[in-house]
Unconditional design. Structure first.
Lengths: 275, 217
């Protein structure tokens, strides 16, 4: 088990109420767990806690256990956690170091921080760029990339640290449809080929319908639904929890209401709609 | 110093490009010349009396010295900027032992200038779309800065927290020296010139402290 949260309660510094309240979650290696929920449900907090940035970097009070690749987050230093769990935020612009002249150097930022030998830095950077299919961006100025491209470079920067676990906080929220498709496809490739445990918060449930193995629904800092992605995303209570079902589910429901039977062969094509 | 800059610029093939940049300092140089020549405090050696105007030889000498200093400083900065990529300079400084935090601060500052300028442009466009007058008379434009400054500063501050976490997530606080990506050529002649300049500066400083040099005005 790569990422384990046991009875996790987290309260931000100065806050009275807990942002997470008794969360239990397990993400196995090679599996993708999607997280959905209304605004202020605690999704971003869950990401920070899972990656060890809360309370490690931003403070606050944590109860319960968060274990990443066998190490409890409260027992490890940030640079040690960075090699076990990578985190990607919403805004591509704030995740780039702002010091690199090229995307290649940007991806090398993390491995260089670890003082790895130069040939290993080169190998990791080339590997991360190739894994996401963005080797062609290597010589580009990171400041002049499109949103989707910048997000992929940020993801490559995380992959270059070779973490066992990836935490993605709405990685497509600020991207246009093209950028969303780029990142969605890249995440699918990472999950299939690199075998990392992936926890992804995403409002675009169509992406989760294609990408996630399991989905959990958060509300007021608690897990209120959890299970196989197809099952949870088809839950009739989902909209009441502030989550819009994927277009495939909405179409299926509309067809059912209209009394139209869907051929089994069309099911697969339906799942891909909107992703 | 000016001669050294001129020779360096010529050797680097940037003399022609450097001239217009050096000339940008002309308004400052003219003001230094006028203020010192006509208003130097305590000077009693007039060049000529023209009504209330009384230029002095002492003031002119001080003005020329100050002008040459500003020119030498400006010219050397121009030569540095035109011959040295900021990234290369930082990479080499880091290779020579500059700490990762200092390197990051310098590097991100250099790259933040165009980024902040771009964001200011976006906010200006957004404010204009909402009907704010960002063109026309100067006082109107000044008034337009107020709604521009708020989002710019708040946006920069809110980005800082996420940037800090993103740096931590990329092992920025790991111990030890970062891996060096590039080594730049550093010939024996370059090293000799560099050490000569450093030693000359130290010698001048020592001579000045010992009172062997005349005090500058």
């Amino acid at each position: 088990m790569t990422l384990v949260l046991e009875g996790v309660r987290y309260r931000y510094a100065g806050a009275r109420a807990s942002a997470l309240d008794g969360v239990d979650l397990v993400v196995e290696a090679g599996r993708v767990t999607g997280v959905v929920g209304a605004n202020d449900a605690g999704k971003s907090t869950l990401c920070l806690v899972a990656a060890g940035l809360a309370p490690g970097v931003i403070g606050g009070h944590l109860a319960g256990r968060v274990v990443v690749a066998g190490v409890e987050t409260t027992q490890a230093r940030p640079h040690e956690l960075a090699q076990r769990c990578g985190i990607l935020f919403q805004n591509p612009a704030t995740q780039l170091s702002g010091t690199a002249a090229t995307a290649w150097e940007e991806v090398a930022f993390g491995p260089r921080n670890l003082a790895l030998p130069l040939d290993e830095v080169v190998e990791r950077v080339e590997g991360a760029l190739a894994a996401l299919g963005i080797s062609g961006l290597a010589d580009r100025d990171p400041g002049r990339l499109s949103g989707g491209e910048a997000q992929l470079v940020a993801l490559a920067s995380i992959l270059a640290l070779r973490p066992a676990c990836l935490v993605l906080d709405e990685p497509t929220s600020q991207l246009d449809p093209h950028g969303t498709r780029l990142v969605g496809e890249a995440l699918g490739r990472v999950a299939r080929e690199l075998g990392a445990a992936i926890l992804v918060v995403e409002h675009k449930t169509a992406i989760l319908a294609r990408l996630a193995n399991e989905v959990v629904v958060l509300a007021a800092g608690r897990v209120v639904r959890a299970g196989p992605a197809a099952e949870v995303l088809d839950d009739a209570q989902l909209e009441g929890l502030g989550v819009e079902p994927p277009p495939s589910v909405q179409i299926r429901r509309a067809l059912r209401v209209a009394g139209v039977a869907l051929p089994a062969a069309a099911e697969g094509a339906l799942t891909g709609i909107g992703a | 110093m000016i001669a050294v800059c001129a020779v360096s610029a010529h050797a680097a093939g940037i003399l022609r490009r450097s001239v217009p940049l050096v000339l940008l300092s002309v308004p400052l140089l003219v003001s230094i010349l006028l203020v010192n020549t006509f208003l130097y405090p305590g000077a009693t050696d007039p060049i000529v009396d023209v009504g209330p105007l009384r230029p002095t030889w002492t003031g002119l000498a001080a003005a020329l010295q100050a002008t040459l200093r500003v020119l030498a400083f400006g010219f050397s900065v121009v030569v540095l900027v035109l011959t040295t990529e900021a990234d290369h300079l930082l990479a080499d400084l880091e290779r020579r032992g500059l700490g990762r935090r200092a390197t990051f601060v310098l590097g991100s500052t250099l790259r933040a200038i165009p980024r902040t300028s771009g964001r200011a442009g976006e906010i200006t466009e957004a404010q204009r779309a909402r009907g704010l007058d960002t063109e026309g008379r100067i006082w109107r434009r000044v008034r337009g800065i107020v709604p521009l400054a708020g989002p710019l500063i708040v946006g920069a501050l809110t980005d800082v927290e996420e940037q800090t976490m993103a740096l931590e997530a990329r092992a920025f606080t790991a111990p030890g020296r970062r891996t060096v990506l590039r080594a730049f050529p550093d010939s024996r002649v370059q090293r000799l010139i560099r050490w000569t300049v450093i030693l000359a500066c130290l010698a001048l400083l020592a001579a000045s402290i010992a009172g062997l040099l005349e005090p500058l005005p």
